[in-house]
Design a protein around this ligand. Structure first.
Ligand SMILES: [Zn+2]
Ligand SMILES: [Zn+2]
Length: 300
């Protein structure tokens, strides 16, 4: 399946699919209307927070650090577990997510990047790129390693059924209160905090590493997204399961993975090599050029 139907005009591909995306906008409306009708409740906030944390872990540890970057290993059952935790976040399937994310790293903030605030503006990078026809489907040739598993292809294809099952389970357990807070409110927050990593984390924060993109480290986003806010660290070195490179860079997803490692549910959890972590300056071009003229190698 190609992400770009070649027969359609380019402008048409970048138009928001307003009709198809009615469910997306409706989740926002139901969340707001639900709070207005049911009233504020601390138990509701607690339920939304738990539902948020569990599913955000599915996105950060599962969709991002495992399926997109393969920064640790797990069993086939463990892999299935990460796929299920991710898919109930209502952010499409693991193949779709990983294929588009791998494109982001390949072309970060270059014209080919699917969601660069530098190229197409903040709101495009935040959510509109997801709502257009061009990115409706994933190019499975970018995720051959994942597409080899029939259970992952199944989850990817029928992703909406898993979300419906999750919402239905909340309703059966706790009625309308649990459905509104545990699914609708929680999902809206989950979406927009996930999206901030593609939008805000490329415009707001500090740049420790002179990467060719605009990625930033942002402590507030890191806390809220279970560690994903150390985005400049991550663009500097994608192979690490740990995105907070220092002990004071709180990375809850990494701590979660270390706990799962204790129980042998995951293993080979990759860290960042010290020399990569300490590589904070851009190579000094002038000095390299002088060395090259001297006849010595400029290559590190
Ligand atoms: Zn990444
Ligand atoms: Zn990025």
């Amino acid at each position: 399946m190609s992400s770009v139907p070649s027969s359609a005009p380019q402008a048409e591909l970048d138009r928001v699919r307003w009709i198809d995306t009615i469910p997306y906008w409706s989740v926002h409306l139901v969340a707001v209307a639900g709070i207005a009708l049911l009233g504020f409740s601390w138990s509701g906030v607690a339920l939304a927070a738990i539902s948020y944390a569990v599913r955000m872990f599915g996105i950060t540890a599962g969709y991002h650090r495992y399926f997109s970057h393969r920064t640790f290993k797990t069993s086939r059952v463990g892999q299935l577990g990460f796929a299920l935790l991710g898919v109930i976040s209502t952010q499409k399937g693991p193949l779709w997510w990983a294929a588009h994310h791998r494109n982001h790293h390949k072309y970060s903030d270059q014209p080919e990047d699917l969601h660069s605030p530098r190229q197409r503006g903040f709101w495009w990078s935040h959510m509109f790129w997801i709502l257009v026809r061009r990115h409706q489907h994933a190019d499975h040739t970018k995720v051959k390693d994942l597409a080899a598993f029939p259970e992952l292809r199944f989850i990817d294809r029928f992703e909406i059924l898993f979300t419906i099952a999750y919402a239905a389970a909340l309703y059966l357990i706790g009625g309308t209160h649990a459905l509104i807070w545990g699914y609708f409110v929680s999902t809206v927050v989950l979406w927009h905090l996930t999206f901030t990593i593609n939008s805000l984390a490329h415009v707001w924060g500090a740049r420790r590493y002179p990467t060719s993109d605009d990625s930033r480290n942002n402590p507030l986003l890191a806390i809220l997204t279970l560690g994903e806010g150390w985005h400049n660290n991550h663009h500097h070195y994608q192979r690490s399961a740990r995105q907070g490179f220092y002990w004071w860079e709180v990375d809850l997803s990494f701590y979660g993975l270390k706990v799962l490692e204790l129980f042998r549910i995951v293993w080979d959890v990759q860290g960042v090599p010290r020399h990569v972590r300490d590589q904070t300056a851009a190579p000094n071009r002038a000095r390299l050029d002088v060395e090259a003229e001297d006849g010595t190698s400029a290559a590190a």
